[in-house]
Design a protein around this ligand. Structure first.
Ligand code: NAD
Length: 480
């Protein structure tokens, strides 16, 4: 199965004819090839986007909205094919791809199809000076969208939908680790009537294809989701060119559990917030802090529930935990489990690779619970991004707040309590872009999404995304 680049509405081979193997992580085997696109391919994609821009940026909002809705509808119609492709490419349970990834990709297009018809800008009357100002919000031109492997189509479309809704043309690159559903999106866009060149998808490695997008002098904005190190590198490359940047990066999110919470709800949600998608969600609560008075009970109940999770081939209906995305990533996650003792921790559950019957070469790892003594250990300070969580007790609100914030990241936090005053105090003082109280990953697409500190710069979601993908221009008219 050879994947091709999608440029100017057509599927084309990479100019230099360089290819990368594409793996099915659930069986550990190569099942296809993808282009490793070079600067020449990115230039071709850029030229196609540039040619499409004048017409697309002048297309009525109603027409843009209709085309985005068509894409949303087609994704929904092809849910079964897309979910299978995602599960095979990524290793995630098919049930998860069907319930979350693909429906959300469709919602991303439908949401921005609607949002663009409601987007407005400001007017400021300069009273006493006889002038009126209004803000023109114009599309930027050609923009770059670069996404990671953990939620492949979900995050890819979360960038592309607002970019094209706002009238931009796009050069996009999905992760080289999970390119399949991005490839299928090209066909969907053609079928939906998206004019050629509005979206161009180039495949390849970050260091070749991604770098060429970021370095391109006329790609004026970069929306990036991925690791913090890569984000820092992109910022260094893009800053001297004064590109607009949106960086959604890593996380090391606290899950803070007070004794007054709704226990059963907390327990079930904590299993999910720890291990959904094999723990490979930037928002997973990987540092669990539990109030001392319920610590022993929680420890016992949590470990019991985690031990019941079924690790298996993503295509089996009762699989809870599928394969990790790659051999390299499995080894990285395992390397943290290997230093547990050295870091003063103790494995309470899991910790081992798993041979799944019939898929022995797949990249499976037991969901792992580690008890730690200090928030200062590597297991609590570094992003592991796999099915691994730590737990430790706390005695006071002040203590847990200090530990929650004592990390370089600041993406999200989860708080379990029924105390209103505490909820308000903690929400104000947690240094994260999102605070979930008595829930996790409940998403309203109108809300600002993004992180503080090493978790990124800028916000996606709702009008924030439409603001990012437009340039505000103040027009001042003197009338007296
Ligand atoms: P990554 O940084 O390795 O890669 C992300 C994307 O960037 C890929 O498409 C990759 O090819 C590309 N890339 C790599 N080097 C590049 C370069 N020099 N120039 C341009 N592009 C380059 O991240 P990953 O391993 O794919 O994803 C996991 C990371 O993503 C985790 O840290 C996770 O927390 C983070 N993430 C964050 C969010 C969020 O919303 N904050 C969401 C999902 C994942």
């Amino acid at each position: 199965m050879n994947i091709k680049n999608y440029i100017n509405g057509k599927f084309v081979n990479p100019i230099q004819n360089q290819w990368i193997d594409n793996y099915n992580p659930s069986v550990g085997e190569v099942y296809g090839q993808i282009p490793n696109s070079t600067q020449e391919d990115v230039e071709k994609a850029y030229q196609s986007a540039k040619e499409a821009f004048p017409a697309w940026s002048n297309t009525t909002l109603a027409e843009r909205s209709k085309i985005l809705s068509n894409i949303a509808r087609l994704i929904e119609q092809k849910l079964a094919i897309l979910a299978e492709a995602e599960a095979k490419d990524n290793g995630k349970p098919l049930s998860l791809a069907k319930a979350i990834d693909i429906p959300r990709a469709s919602s991303n297009f439908q949401f921005f199809a609607d949002a663009i018809t409601q987007f407005s800008s400001e007017a400021h009357e300069s009273v006493g000076l006889g002038a009126m100002n209004f803000t023109l919000r114009q599309p930027i031109g050609v923009v770059g969208c670069i996404s990671p492997w953990n939620l492949p189509l979900y995050l890819f479309t979360w960038k592309i939908a607002p970019a094209i809704a706002a009238g931009n043309c796009v050069v996009a690159k999905p992760s080289e680790v999970t390119p399949m559903t991005a490839y299928l999106l090209g066909e969907i866009c053609n079928e939906a009537g998206l004019p050629k060149g509005v979206l161009n998808i180039v495949h390849g490695l970050g260091t070749t294809t991604g770098q060429a997008i970021v370095e391109h002098p006329n790609i004026k904005a970069i929306s990036f989701t991925g690791g913090t190190k890569t984000g820092a590198h992109i910022a260094r490359v893009a800053a001297p060119m004064f590109k607009k940047l949106s960086l959604e990066l890593g996380g090391k999110n606290p899950n803070i559990i007070f004794a007054d919470c709704n226990y059963e709800d907390m327990l079930a949600t904590t299993v999910r917030s720890s291990f959904a998608n094999q723990g490979q969600i930037c928002l997973c609560g990987s540092r669990i802090f539990v109030e001392q008075s319920i610590y022993e009970k929680f420890k016992k109940d949590f470990v019991q529930k985690v031990s019941e999770l079924k690790i298996g081939n993503p295509f089996e209906v009762d699989t809870n935990i599928g394969a990790l995305v790659s051999k390299q990533h499995l080894e990285k996650v395992k390397s943290y489990i290997d230093i547990v003792e050295q870091e003063g921790g103790k494995i309470l559950q899991g910790g081992n690779k798993v041979e799944v019957k019939g898929s022995e070469k797949g990249y499976y790892l037991q969901p792992t619970v580690i008890e730690v003594k200090s928030n200062q250990c590597k297991l609590n300070q570094e992003e592991i991004f796999g099915p691994v969580v730590t737990i430790m007790p706390f005695t006071s609100e002040e203590e847990v707040l200090a530990m929650a914030n004592d990390v370089t990241y600041g993406l999200s936090s989860t708080l379990w309590t029924n105390n209103l005053q505490r909820t308000m105090r903690m929400s104000k003082n947690l240094h994260t872009g999102i605070v979930w109280v008595n829930t996790w990953l409940l998403r309203d697409l109108r809300t600002p999404f993004g992180g503080q500190k090493a978790s990124g710069v800028g916000r996606e979601g709702g009008f924030e995304a439409l603001r990012f993908f437009t340039e505000p221009k103040n027009v001042c008219i003197k009338y007296e």
